[in-house]
Structure formats: structure tokens, C-alpha cells
Design a protein around this ligand. Structure first.
Ligand code: ZN
Length: 468
């Protein structure tokens, strides 16, 4: 049974989709004013693991937005004298490139905020009709005193609420639980604006997510995710706008990924510890190691991202890679060994239990390494058999379906995989030739591989190959 910690209640609760069949999930997507940093990607990788694990149990309808209009985008595009679409398009493309490198699956529906302006206007109209919203100057604000549950998600002390005080910014601190802006009148003529029945302007950031989530998923979502910094004000405001109109719970489960620190410090451009995925790849770190490090700590725990940790992640992946190579190329007797069969079953049980326990990825990963250890011992003792190999490889592909960390499909197409298989079969043939003391044949294969840029090394662990 899957348990997830619901920020609304603070408790780990059993989860099943409301209709028993399809999980309706909304995840707050990137604001495309810059390249996403690894703190952002911690949240996106967590959501990807969640999505993959949910998919192993139910169908899923996963919607993610692209915030392509907000304060920052308006400011930055104006500074460069660019239309907002022209400004945001390259960052949107970069986000999906980065996500693909991290093997983050695409959500089923991707919604750009500027494609849902009519839905946002409708929501504001309803809020005005119900008295939850009011006009001040040329903007429309949400009246938080009209929504008694305001502050429940972020556990604001109700006494902190400043009745009648207003805030215009898309992002603000918890000390400012004020009436927030739903629709902003333009500051100048050049600013991007749309004409609504209640005036010319553009949507506030919080309004965007409520309108798109309800349009695509209905009035009550199963799961809404984001990072902890989204809890206030963003998600608190999403709840207020949505529930004030529908009188239904906006989301049954709220899940939030904790902060990421870099070398024990808050990541910031001024400290020089600010990393985008691109920076790290340019420095020679591998995307698969970055993904591994990001998911190796359970999402609700703070993650300290360090270069030493990244190197450790690279070594962990190397261990998996070496094991899979040894397993695939070993000469095995037919049949199965009960101890190995049991070890595979135990690994599978632990892995599933770990992910079911609020996505405890660290516990799930430990199952992978326990099985590697047990299998290596069995290989050393020549106790691992053909059917054991099949069972282990099949379980590893399940693991990869869930965590997407194994080298089997790393950043490469099917064509590369075929080439690898061909190389491995040549390596096997060469080893057979050597065992039969047919050194002419073995040398010929080695040279053939060398011509293709493949170097073979004979080690205690067996024959390894790498590209020149
Ligand atoms: Zn959002």
C-alpha cells in the first residue's frame, strides 16, 4: 500500500486515486525566465519518480504548466525589448532538453499559461460575483478574509492575516499574508495585456495554476506537487481561489519536495554555488550521476548537493554498470540456485516497500546494492545460474522503469544499444576462442574491435571494453 505525506495534514496517508483507476496529478512547472537550476530539478526528478511509481499501479493523467507570464518574465523581456513569447521560447525548449537528459518523462499534458487566459478570466469573474475578489485601482485582488480556511496548508497563524492590506508581487514571504493580486492592470502601454470583462490586464501567477489545473483535471485533483517554497504563497493562494469558487477540496494530497543545499549552503548566484544542469554537464559531470544524486535522498529530507556526492554517485553507477556487464557476459550453468532466487525476491520486496513508504528512494536503492553484493558472491562461487541471470536482469529493468538510473538506456538511442550488443557478442566470441586456446581467432577479434575504436582489457573481473 502506497503512503504519501500530505502537507495538508502533515501525516503519511494511504493513497489511492479517487476513482480507483486514474491518478489526476498536477505539478507546478518551470517559470521560463532562465535555465532551470538543480534545486528546481530536485523537485522535477522527485515528481518523475512519483509519476513512474504511480504508473506501476494505476493509470495517470499528469498535467504540468509552463509559466510563460509573470513578474520576472515581464521585467526581463522588457529589459531586452522582446515580445514575451520570443523571450520565453528558448528557455522552454532548454527546460525540455535538460529534462530529457535527466530522463524525466514528459507529463501527459503541458499547459502554457498564455494559452489559458479565457479560463483565468472566468475564474476571476466567478470570484468577483461571489464577493471573494475586489477591484483596487486597475487591478483585481483576492480578499483573504472571505476565505476562512486561508493559511491551512502553510499553517499560518490566523492572527497574522492583515485584513485589507494588499500585495501585487507574484512571490512574497510568509510574513505578508495579504490580499493577493488575481489580475494586474498594466503599468505601461508596452506591457503584455489581455482585455477581460473586468478590465485590461494580465493574470497573477497563482491564478494561472488554479485555472489550468481545474480545466484539465476537474475541480478536485488527486495530487498536487511542488517544492516547499511553493507552499506559501503559491499553493495557499491556489487553494483559496479554487475552493472559493467550487466549494470542493482543490487537491486531496499536497506533496512538497524539500530544499536542496549546495555544499551545506543555500544556493545563490552571489555565493558562486549556483548550478544549472548545463553548468554541471560542461564541467564533465554526467547527467545520470546528477539524477542519481538528486533522487538518492528521500524527497522530504533536505538534500546536500556536493561535488564529492556527485563523484560518489558516479562510482555507485559504475558499480551497477560493472555488475551488469559481469552478469551479462558470465558463462553460467543452466537452472537456478534457491539462495539467489530468494535474494531477488527479497530485493524486489524491499524496493517496493521503500517506494511505497512515502517514496523512500534511499531504502529502495539499498535493495539494489544488496542484490548486487549477493549476486557477486554467487558468481564468485559459480552458484549463479542461467535462470537467475534472467530473473536479475528482468528485475533490474523494473528498477530502471521506476528510477531511470541504470546504464541500459542512458541518454542513448536503440541504435547505440544494438552496437553495444554486437560488441559484447564479439567480446564473448573472443573469450571463447581464448578458452579454446585459438589465439589466432582471439587476436583477429581483438584487432577487429580495435579498428572500431574499442579497447578490450582482461581483468580479474572478466573482460571489459571501452571506447578509445
Ligand atoms: Zn503552480
Amino acid at each position: 500500500m502506497l503512503k504519501l505525506t500530505n502537507t495538508l495534514t502533515g501525516a503519511a496517508e494511504p493513497f489511492t486515486p479517487a476513482d480507483g483507476a486514474t491518478v489526476r496529478m498536477y505539478t507546478c512547472g518551470p517559470t521560463v525566465h532562465d535555465f532551470a537550476h538543480i534545486g528546481n530539478f530536485r523537485t522535477f526528478v522527485f515528481e518523475d519518480v512519483l509519476r513512474r511509481h504511480l504508473k506501476s499501479k494505476w493509470k495517470i493523467l499528469h498535467v504540468m504548466n509552463i509559466t510563460d507570464i509573470d513578474d520576472k518574465i515581464i521585467r526581463k523581456s522588457a529589459e531586452r525589448g522582446m515580445d514575451i513569447r520570443a523571450y520565453t521560447a528558448p528557455f522552454t525548449a532548454a527546460f525540455f532538453e535538460d529534462s530529457a537528459r535527466l530522463r524525466i518523462e514528459k507529463p501527459d499534458v503541458i499547459t502554457a499559461a498564455t494559452d489559458y487566459i479565457p479560463e483565468m478570466m472566468q475564474l476571476v469573474e466567478r470570484l468577483l460575483e461571489n464577493g471573494n475578489a475586489y477591484r483596487e485601482g486597475n487591478s483585481i485582488y483576492f480578499r483573504i478574509s472571505s476565505f476562512p480556511a486561508y493559511g491551512r496548508l502553510s499553517r499560518l497563524d490566523r492572527r497574522e492575516l492583515k485584513v485589507g492590506a494588499r500585495i501585487d508581487a507574484d512571490e512574497y514571504e510568509k510574513e505578508q499574508p495579504n490580499d493577493f493580486v488575481l489580475w494586474k492592470g498594466p503599468k505601461d502601454e508596452a506591457e503584455k495585456a489581455w482585455t477581460a470583462s473586468f478590465g485590461v490586464g494580465r493574470p497573477g501567477w497563482h491564478l494561472e495554476c488554479s485555472a489550468m489545473a481545474m480545466k484539465c483535471l476537474g475541480e478536485t485533483l488527486d495530487i498536487h506537487c511542488g517544492g516547499v517554497d511553493n507552499i506559501f504563497p503559491h499553493h495557499e493562494n491556489e487553494i483559496a481561489q479554487s475552493e472559493a469558487v467550487t466549494s470542493k477540496p482543490f487537491a486531496r494530497f499536497w506533496l512538497h519536495a524539500e530544499h536542496l543545499l549546495v555544499e551545506n549552503e543555500k544556493m545563490s548566484k552571489s555565493k558562486g554555488n549556483f548550478h544549472t544542469l548545463r553548468n554541471l554537464l560542461e564541467k564533465g559531470y554526467r547527467a545520470e550521476a546528477i539524477r542519481y544524486l538528486l533522487l538518492s535522498v528521500q524527497y522530504r529530507k533536505q538534500l546536500n548537493f556536493t561535488m564529492a556526492g556527485l563523484e560518489q554517485a558516479q562510482r555507485s553507477l559504475e558499480r551497477i554498470r560493472e555488475f551488469l556487464f559481469r552478469l551479462r557476459t558470465a558463462r553460467l550453468a543452466p537452472g537456478t540456485t534457491p539462495e539467489v532466487k530468494d535474494a531477488v525476491a527479497a530485493a524486489r520486496t524491499q524496493f517496493e516497500a521503500g517506494l511505497d513508504d512515502d517514496l523512500n528512494t534511499a531504502y529502495a536503492l539499498a535493495a539494489v546494492f544488496d542484490l548486487i553484493r549477493a549476486s557477486n558472491t554467487a558468481l564468485d562461487k559459480e552458484q549463479l545460474r542461467e535462470d537467475d541471470r534472467t530473473a536479475i536482469l528482468s528485475w533490474f529493468s523494473e528498477v530502471d522503469g521506476r528510477l531511470a538510473i541504470l546504464p541500459v538506456a542512458e541518454e542513448r538511442g536503440a541504435a547505440d544499444e544494438e552496437v553495444d550488443q554486437e560488441i559484447e557478442s564479439l567480446v564473448k566470441r573472443r573469450n571463447e576462442a581464448r578458452r579454446n586456446r585459438d589465439f589466432a581467432a582471439s587476436d583477429q577479434i581483438r584487432n577487429e574491435l580495435l579498428d572500431r575504436g574499442i579497447v578490450i582489457e582482461d581483468t580479474r573481473e572478466g573482460t571489459k571494453w571501452h571506447r578509445k
